[in-house]
Design a protein around this ligand. Structure first.
Ligand SMILES: [Zn+2]
Length: 484
């Protein structure tokens, strides 16, 4: 090597050292990590291998889980897409964003406009990371995760052009890879939203396995398209699906999971190939699960679904609320967390890993420091002409569901998840004291949340939350509503 080359090399080394030194000087904590948030819409936890499913639906997610913290009991804060994703992005409960109350009759557009208002007025995961120097990009495929609803706020690129595609995983994944190919040198926040597992569960031909095992040629598309919420009836094909039909439905659902998993495998291989896997936080979750004929009509206080149904939105049973939550970060190793957490905890957890200060008071908290089950609230759908409102409250092993009946009266159901994970035995009349306390707590908390909404976006001029949800939970615990 001649002297000139040597000098160039030395100068290059000095510049590199200076850059490293300056970046250490000006960065706090782990701000150099990339963040990838992957939402697989409608994916219930118990249909993944890593969560104990009997079919091998998810080899690539299972492999990622070996490097990750796996939250065994992660609960979504809503049974449908829009409020659930808003909770993920903002760490707020849906009633803090929407004026939920049982008499409200809110249109789809109205709720969408509220979501947009919320996003524009307050920080979310994208604006926080953007403010910390991240490139921010999203490729999404579900209607309610549209940029126009406010999700685009904080993103350099928000590409939601995959909404009309039935099986979008190939396109979403290749766009993400294409983007990484050109842009991975700056730290980035990448949000991917896959809609493949959503009804009608008709996977691409190469993934149709369990789907074809059933003799049934049941066409779920009709049901997805024609479910008439105003009547809570299927307007077509009101005959209950028989067991062969249900097998086909579940087969298609499972094959769709394998489809997304396959493309995620391809994506993760690329991250490794680019040498950025180790330096990247990867969060895999879902916004809600799916009922696959797990409960029948009487469970919903209605005789409209004599043998159950496939879908989500108004059910608050755990097949809809229990979602996967898998978090890999630099230095993480396989760990299973049994304590209950919520998707409202996702943003605080990511910022905790990044050692970034919270820019506002979250309603969630970092899932890395959970010492006991979180007390949580989830809400069901109130959208379009859908007539029922409902809430689920989780406290210790108990879960209370409070729902409106079609005739305007209310019903309270209580389950002990410790002994009745499938929510079969309603203990409402056996343990009226617990039901009563949880109901009191629910309405007190909802009232505070609605007040928070009423005080223009939850915060005073100094940016302090008027009422902090964690304080409320703590206070009520001291009053004997929780624990012991
Ligand atoms: Zn969804």
């Amino acid at each position: 090597m001649n002297k000139k080359r040597k000098n160039v090399k030395f100068a290059y080394g000095a510049v590199l050292l200076t850059v490293v030194f300056l970046s250490l000087l000006f960065s706090r904590g782990n701000k150099g990590y990339n963040v990838i948030l992957i939402s697989i819409d409608t994916l219930r936890a118990d249909h993944l291998g890593v969560y104990g499913y009997h079919r091998d639906t998810s080899p690539n997610i299972d492999a990622l889980a070996k490097d990750s913290i796996v939250f065994e009991n992660a609960i979504s804060q809503a049974s449908w897409t829009l409020p659930s994703h808003v909770s993920i992005f903002t760490s707020k409960y849906p009633p803090e964003i929407y004026p939920y109350n049982l008499s409200a009759n809110m249109s789809d557009d109205y709720m969408a406009s509220l979501a947009r208002k919320e996003f524009v007025a307050h920080p979310n995961i994208a604006t926080v990371l953007k403010g910390n120097g991240y490139s921010t990009v999203a490729f999404t495929s579900g209607g309610y995760v549209a940029g126009r609803l406010g999700f685009e706020n904080g993103f350099d690129i928000y590409d939601d052009s995959y909404m009309q595609i039935k099986n979008p995983a190939p396109q979403i994944t290749s766009r993400a890879i294409e983007w990484l190919e050109a842009n991975r040198t700056n730290k980035f926040f990448l949000f991917l939203h896959y809609f493949d597992v959503h009804c009608p569960y008709e996977p691409l031909p190469e993934f149709q396995k369990f789907y074809l095992e059933s003799q049934s040629r049941f066409n779920l598309s009709l049901r997805c398209a024609e479910l008439d919420f105003s009547k809570l009836r299927f307007s077509n094909d009101e005959e209950a699906a028989n067991s062969s039909d249900v097998n086909r439905i579940i087969g298609g659902y499972d094959d769709s999971i394998t489809q997304v998993d396959y493309y995620l495998g391809e994506f993760i291989d690329k991250l490794k190939g680019y040498g950025i896997y180790d330096n990247t936080i990867i969060v895999i979750l879902s916004d809600h699960g799916e009922t696959l004929y797990n409960h029948t009509g009487s469970d919903y206080f209605s005789d409209d679904f004599p043998t159950g149904y496939a879908g989500h939105g108004f059910s608050l049973f755990n097949e809809v609320l229990r979602v996967p939550l898998i978090i890999k970060y630099p230095g993480s190793s396989h760990q299973i967390v049994q304590e209950r957490v919520g998707i409202v905890d996702v943003l605080p957890t990511v910022l905790d890993i990044l050692k970034m200060d919270a820019p506002f008071n979250f309603s969630g908290k970092s899932a890395l420091n959970i010492e006991r089950d979180r007390n949580l609230i989830a809400v069901s759908g109130r959208v379009k002409d859908f007539p029922y409102g409902g809430y689920a409250v989780f406290n210790d092993s108990h879960k209370m569901i409070f729902k409106e009946r079609k005739d305007g009266t209310n019903a309270t159901f209580l389950y002990d998840l410790g002994t009745d994970g499938n929510e079969v035995s309603n203990l409402g009349s056996v343990k009226p004291d617990i039901s009563g306390k949880l109901k009191d707590w629910l309405f007190y908390t909802l009232n505070v949340m609605v007040q928070n909404v009423a005080v223009k976006g939850h915060e005073d001029a100094a940016g302090t939350r008027i009422v902090d949800m964690e304080d409320i939970l703590q206070n009520l615990a001291q009053q004997g509503y929780f624990g012991a």
